[in-house]
Design a binder for this molecule. Sequence first.
Ligand code: AMP
Length: 631
Amino acid sequence: MQYEDFYRQSIEQPEQFWAEQARLIHWDTPPQQILDQSNLPFRRWFVGGTTNLCYNAVDRHLADRAEQLALVAISSETDVTREFTYRELYWEVNAFAAVLRSLGVGKGDRVVIYLPNMAEAVFAMLACARIGAIHSVVFGGFAAHNLALRIDDAQPKLLIAADAGMRGGKVIPYKPLVDAALNEASAPPPQVLIVDRGLDPQMTRVAGRDFDYAELRRAHEGVEVPVIWLESNEPSYLLYTSGTTGKPKGVQRDVGGYAVAMALSIRTVFDIAPGQAMFSTSDVGWAVGHSYNVYGPLIGGATSLLYEGMPTRPDPGIWWQLCERYGVRTMFSSPTAIRVLKKQDESWLKKYDLSNLKWLFLAGEPLDEPTAQWITDALGVPVIDNYWQTETGWPAITLMPGLELKAVKFGSPGLPAPGYKMKVIDENTGKEVPAGTKGVLVLQPPLPPGCLSTIWRDDDRYVHSYFSHFRELLYSSLDWAIRDEDGYTFILGRTDDVINVAGHRLGTREIEEAVASHPAVAEAAVVGVRDELKGQVPIVFATLKQDAGVGAGAMALAMQQRVVEQLGGVAKPSRVYVVNALPKTRSGKLLRRSLQALAEQRDPGDLSTLDDPGALDDIRRALELGPDLGS
Ligand code: AMP
């Protein structure tokens, strides 16, 4: 079918369209109603239908593809590759589910998973899904404070953690971070399950609280755990993401809508049929990892590659070598990763037989034209930029080569995906802007299946964060966009205080809180500035208390360390400026956008609300003199 007809049907006859798509998955009880939108902006898809993500991802394939590879977990850090057929995956997931049950985890209980890209992360997620427990994977690059915030919000019954991760050949112990997070959390889980790879011989265990996975697994090997059928709208998992406040938002996903969105998108967007191989280089801690390392390819009966390590180790050909070895058809990565590879010798891309590779999808941050051009030429396959958010769970703007490949336009992720009723509107009037004019990208409810159903235990925050920006009830993406005459959308960056570092979304407020937690800091402002490799990096401007008693250089280092300790290396400020005052409005609001403009050597914009013009001069001076830390 042509893209236009497919999309039009999804918008004009949503119930018919989605009833058709619902057939892509297995239902224990078929849905009684396709869409309930009586309480917008909340909506319920496939009401009354019961299904299970694990059943659709694993059990369902045993009849036709039990001996086919389901999961290949490659670690170029530990130099171990583990392959699992669907049958082996079935037994691993059942054993994991049995272990979870033995620890008292049941339907509706939350389980926080703090594991790197290893097979057990996939087993743990699917095992939770099997028994109706709600998983919440926390990215391994986040440090103790970030983990504690998520624990306190999710209130899990169990935390699953690795002894350690590895990066660039260096062991990064996880357990001390877990212990610190549990110390800080006000609702720590009573039990911790450790998946021990023996990377950290110094790891300590708390008797009665910390359990060893391998030991419990031995006791439960061969046990089959029945699938718990869930109503389509019950929660399947939570995934925390940064917003404008310091408190992360627990994006809540449903069961049936998500399963259908995965089944539809793996086929029509990513062009993966059962038996074909997909390689997403994402971490399981991100939305892409959930959808296209775990649920999408497995629901689609494909082989999913999971990779722990860097794109350049042991050499910059490693990803392409894997593509050759497993006959990868669709690869999914981020613009930052491609920019890293662009710095290497291009011959690494020519060393391997990539005749099976059909598409390279890139997402998570703006894809600049030179990078897109370089990788398109180097690989000789179309590069598909696709736009989405943790909230949407699958691409909202993309081309759909599984259906029909429309022309690629560099700089644009393309056209709306099925079910996404999209507009670009004027920030002030809320009216649709003409083609070629900048506005805010919005979605008209109901949001399609797969998108978040609410914020965990905070319906008000869901409504307030996304649907309260305009008079009309519209989901604000909080991204600026332009649509061209052909309907292609170009994304121009966030409208809020969220920044995007190497495709990772960070709230500037979270980093400010970490900096300001230093007793000698009076106040901090964090902005994202352009960076050639990572897209954006955070930089800090801070004022010190009068009696700080420490030099600016030492303080700058201490602030940077605070951020790494509390939030993790992903949030590490690249530059720190100690200043005398921060630019604020008369009502005391930080003028972050002016600060960012100055740091990027742009016009600081409207300064009529500025309280003390001297503050801006002070910033200019600091920028001229150079940072107290960084270069
Ligand atoms: P996250 O929830 O971490 O996936 O971040 C979502 C944000 O990343 C979006 O709101 C955009 O600002 C940005 N983003 C994601 N994909 C793209 C893309 N293809 N082009 C430009 N920006 C993107």
